[in-house]
Design a protein around this ligand. Structure first.
Ligand code: DX5
Ligand code: ZN
Length: 217
């Protein structure tokens, strides 16, 4: 299925070879950039300087996933560092509409997401205002975790809600996505697949991406 977009997560790449690791995913649609603050999630990844380096090294669309408390504090910094799209968690801000609005005003693609334990209803009020909806299929914080099976039902529900609204928003899925479950995730209604360990994990990202394309063909 060629309409499905792949978004390899550079969290799983070799940062000492960031430029080459980005070259290896140049056939993908987005580079997924996982920012963690050690507060919203129990891990720290990287921030603006690494995004800026990735931006200099690659023309890929930078799909930035902010796993940080009160993301509104840093939206402009991430936009300036080279984000093309910015996704924020409903749990991380008191004012999700304002955060989405700010991303829009910065001229970036606005995305919203939520943790697997958060009712989907929390996202419903902003569904009509976003360009991308991200379903987390693991508890965010680490690469290489197992896909939570109940996520498929959540993807189906969001697919229905977006269709009811007539929304053209992308429906992205992140966490534990592999060539083995990619087809089921797409059949549930996803249009963008994030994958970290399954792309960069074994024999290089080009081979990893190829396995996804075969699984989706
Ligand atoms: C999880 C991150 C994911 C992660 C995915 O906290 O948001 O984007 O990098 O990694 P895999 O595909 O290995 O689950
Ligand atoms: Zn992510």
């Amino acid at each position: 299925n060629s309409a499905i977009k792949l978004a390899p997560s550079i969290l799983s790449c070799d940062f000492s070879r960031l430029g080459e690791e980005l070259d290896a995913i140049s056939s993908a649609q987005y580079a997924h950039v996982d920012v963690m603050d050690g507060l919203f999630v129990p891990n720290i990844s990287f921030g603006m300087p690494i995004l800026a380096a990735a931006r200099r090294a690659s023309p890929l669309f930078m799909d930035v996933h902010l796993m940080i408390e009160r993301p509104e504090r840093y939206l402009k910094d991430f936009a300036d560092a080279g984000a093309d799209g910015i996704t924020v968690h409903v749990e991380a801000t008191q004012h999700i509409h304002r955060a989405v609005q700010q991303i829009r005003e910065l001229g970036k693609r606005a995305g919203v997401t939520l943790n697997p334990g958060t009712p989907l209803e929390a996202m419903r009020p902003v569904l009509g205002d976003v360009d991308l909806v991200l379903v987390m299929s693991v508890n965010p914080g680490f690469g290489g975790q197992k896909f939570i099976p109940q996520s498929l039902e959540r993807i189906r529900t969001l697919r229905r809600w977006l269709d009811e609204l007539g929304s053209p928003a992308e429906l992205e899925v992140d966490g534990g996505v592999t060539p083995a479950n990619a087809k089921a995730v797409v059949e549930a209604g996803a249009t963008v697949l994030v994958a970290g360990s399954a792309v960069y994990g074994k024999d290089g990202a080009q081979a990893g991406l190829q396995r996804f394309r075969e699984a989706l063909a």
